[in-house]
Design a protein around this ligand. Structure first.
Ligand SMILES: [Zn+2]
Length: 52
């Protein structure tokens, strides 16, 4: 199995993922994934709210 080093989009720390999931892995932990999802959900909500 080959690992690739990535930089977390939320906290900026380095982490390693398997090469075959590299394209889907953007966050170091589930906590960071959760934060990113909350942030994007909030963004969408605000946009939709603004358009109505
Ligand atoms: Zn992170």
């Amino acid at each position: 199995m080959k690992y690739v080093k990535k930089i977390c989009r939320v906290c900026g720390s380095e982490f390693f993922v398997l090469k075959n999931v590299e394209e889907k892995a953007f966050y170091c932990t589930l906590e960071c994934l959760g934060k990113a999802q909350i942030a994007s959900g909030k963004f969408l909500e605000e946009r939709i709210g603004g358009e109505i």
